[in-house]
Design a protein around this ligand. Structure first.
Ligand code: AMP
Length: 503
C-alpha cells in the first residue's frame, strides 16, 4: 500500500540521525525524531476523529511540530489546510465555514476568541503554541511512534491553500499528492539539492513558498533546514555560515543588503540564493552580485500551480526575468485571439502536473480560471522572449486602461525607480472622470533623500508616451506589503481612490 507524498517525503526519514532541522538555539532535530513526532501526531489526530479526506486547518506559529502536523495529516490521508497567522477571527470564520475542517489547530492565546467561531461551524478546536506544546502535543505524547500511512495516490488531495484574495474572497486551491511531489522533484533536480544541503529557512510555512518549495525539497532530498520562526537579520547573519542555500522573498535580500555585516566573506561559501513570490528588482539582483559575487536565482510560481518557471542553475540567470518554464510545465502567453508570439505582452497560462485540481467548492471560479484542457489562466501578465525567458509585467487586474490605452505598471515603475533618490515605486490606476482610469505613482525615497514628486515625474517625461505618464504622484514612507513581500496595490488604490474624482 502506498501513500504518494508520505512515502517520498516522510517515510525515508526513518532511522536518519542527521539533523532535519537546526533551530536558532542550536538544538537539532534528526530526521528519525521528526518522523516519530509525525507518527504520534497522526495517532493523536486520528484519535480526535480525523478521517481520510477530512481537512485539518492549522493557524499556528512556525515550529518543527507545526511542520510535523503537515506530515501527520498526509499520513492520515487527510488534507492539510494552513492559514496565515495574521488572519483575524472574522477571516478564520470564513475559512472554517468554507472548508469545514474536522479539527482546527490554533494558538492557545487565541483559543478563547476562536472557540465560538469554530463552534458555529461544528469544528473541534485544539491548541498548539509557538514551541509546539498544547492540547494536541499532550494527546500525542503517549501515542505510538510508528504509524501506517493511509493509502493515497497521486490524484488524491494533500492540501488546500487559500489564495491571498486581494480581489474578492480567498479561494481554496486544492493540491494533490501528485501536484506537490512532481514539483518538488523537478525543483530539487533543477537546483541540485542533495542530502548535503543545509537550507536557511526563514519563510512562513502557511504559504506555498515556505511549505512546499522550501520544506518539500529539503524533505525529499533528506537535507537539513535551519528552521527560523521568521526573518531576523541577526539570526540570518549568525547562522548563514552553516547554510549552503537560502530561499527568500525579495525583501529578505534587500534587508540583507542593508546590513553591513552581510559581506562577500559571509556569503562566500554559499551554493545558491533563490528568490520568488514577488518581483526582485533588477537593481537588487545587481547590488547583490556586486556585494557577494552571487547571482540570485529567481523563479516564479503561485498557490494554484506550485512553481512554473525558474532561471537556470547553470547558464544565464537574467535579472528582471523569472527564467524558463520548468521541465514538464507548458507555458504560453495568451492574447484575446490566442497565443502570442515572442515579445508580446499577454496573460500567462500554464499546464502541467504542478497545476492544482480546482478551487474547493467553487466550480464556477474553477471553470473561469482552469480550462477544460488543463491550461490555468494565471492572471499574471508577461512576455516570453525568443530564448524562452519569461518576464512578468504585473497582474492582469493591475493593468491600467486610461483613455482606452493599456498601461503596464511595471514599465512605468522601472523608469521611476531609476530616478535620483527613488527607492521604489508602485504605479496604479485610479478612477478618473474623463479617462476612466488615470495613471498614478506612489514613490518611496532612498535613505536620506528628499523626494519631490513633481521633479521625479518631470524626469521621466521624455521617456514615455504621454498616456503612460503618471498624472500625479505622492511620496510615502513605505509601500504596503503582505507577509510574502508583495506590494498590496489594492490598498494603495483604496487609499487614493478619491484623488481624481473632482478633477
Ligand atoms: P501566491 O499565490 O501568494 O504565491 O502569489 C502568486 C503571485 O505572486 C503570482 O501570480 C505572481 O503575481 C507573483 N509572483 C510570484 N513569483 C514572482 C516573481 N518571481 N516575480 C514576480 N511576481 C511573482
Amino acid at each position: 500500500m502506498t501513500n504518494t507524498l508520505f512515502d517520498a517525503l516522510f517515510a525515508p526519514l526513518a532511522g536518519r540521525d542527521r539533523p532535519l532541522m537546526i533551530l536558532p538555539d542550536g538544538q537539532e532535530i534528526s530526521g528519525d525524531r521528526f518522523l516519530r513526532q509525525v507518527a504520534r501526531l497522526a495517532h493523536a489526530l486520528s484519535a480526535s476523529g480525523v478521517q481520510p479526506g477530512d481537512r485539518v486547518a492549522v493557524q499556528v506559529a512556525k515550529s518543527p511540530a507545526a511542520l510535523a502536523v503537515y506530515g501527520a495529516t498526509v499520513a492520515l490521508g487527510a488534507v492539510f489546510l494552513p492559514l496565515n497567522t495574521a488572519y483575524t477571527a472574522d477571516e478564520v470564520d470564513y475559512f472554517l465555514g468554507n472548508a469545514t475542517p474536522r479539527v482546527f489547530l490554533c494558538d492557545p492565546v487565541k483559543r478563547a476568541a476562536l472557540l465560538p467561531v469554530a463552534r458555529r461551524h461544528g469544528v473541534q478546536v485544539m491548541t498548539m503554541g509557538a514551541t509546539g506544546g498544547g492540547e494536541l502535543a499532550d494527546l500525542a505524547e503517549t501515542q505510538p511512534e510508528t504509524f501506517d500511512a493511509v493509502p493515497r495516490g497521486p490524484g488524491d488531495l494533500a492540501a488546500i491553500l487559500y489564495t491571498s484574495g486581494t480581489t474578492g474572497r480567498s479561494k481554496g486551491a486544492m493540491l494533490s499528492h501528485g501536484n506537490l511531489l512532481s514539483n518538488a522533484q523537478v525543483l530539487a533536480d533543477l537546483w541540485r539539492f542533495t542530502a548535503d544541503d543545509v537550507l536557511l529557512h526563514a519563510l512562513p510555512i502557511f504559504h506555498t513558498h515556505g511549505l512546499f518549495v522550501a520544506s518539500n525539497i529539503s524533505l525529499l532530498t533528506r537535507g537539513s533546514m535551519i528552521f527560523l520562526p521568521g526573518f531576523d537579520a541577526d539570526q540570518v547573519v549568525s547562522l548563514l555560515p552553516r547554510a549552503t542555500a537560502m530561499m527568500g522573498v525579495p525583501t529578505f535580500y534587500t534587508r540583507l543588503l542593508d546590513d553591513p555585516r552581510f559581506t562577500r566573506d559571509l556569503a562566500g561559501h554559499m551554493r545558491l540564493f533563490i528568490s520568488g513570490s514577488a518581483p526582485l528588482l533588477a537593481e537588487t539582483h545587481r547590488a547583490f552580485e556586486d556585494r557577494t559575487g552571487h547571482r540570485i536565482l529567481e523563479r516564479y510560481g503561485m498557490t494554484e500551480t506550485n512553481m512554473n518557471t525558474s532561471n537556470p542553475y547553470e547558464g544565464d540567470r537574467r535579472a528582471g526575468t523569472v527564467g524558463l518554464p520548468l521541465p514538464g510545465v507548458e507555458l504560453r502567453i495568451m492574447g484575446e485571439a490566442g497565443p502570442l508570439p515572442p515579445g508580446e505582452v499577454g496573460v500567462i497560462e500554464v499546464r502541467g502536473p504542478n497545476v492544482f485540481q480546482g478551487y474547493w467548492q467553487m466550480p464556477e471560479k474553477t471553470a473561469e480560471e482552469l480550462r477544460a484542457d488543463g491550461w490555468f489562466i494565471t492572471g499574471d501578465l508577461g512576455t516570453q522572449d525568443a530564448d524562452g525567458y519569461v518576464t512578468i509585467v504585473g497582474r492582469a487586474k493591475d493593468l491600467i486602461i486610461t483613455g482606452g490605452y493599456n498601461v503596464y505598471p511595471k514599465e512605468v515603475e522601472l523608469l521611476l525607480d531609476e530616478q535620483p533618490g527613488v527607492l521604489e515605486s508602485a504605479v496604479i490606476g485610479l478612477p478618473h472622470p474623463d479617462f476612466g482610469e488615470a495613471v498614478f505613482a506612489v514613490l518611496t525615497a532612498q535613505k536620506g533623500a528628499q523626494l519631490d514628486a513633481e521633479a521625479v515625474l518631470a524626469g521621466i517625461r521624455d521617456r514615455l508616451a504621454r498616456f503612460k505618464q503618471p498624472k500625479a504622484a505622492v511620496v510615502v514612507d513605505s509601500l504596503p506589503r503582505n507577509t510574502m513581500g508583495k506590494v498590496q496595490k489594492n490598498l494603495l488604490r483604496a487609499a487614493h481612490a478619491e484623488r481624481f474624482r473632482l478633477s
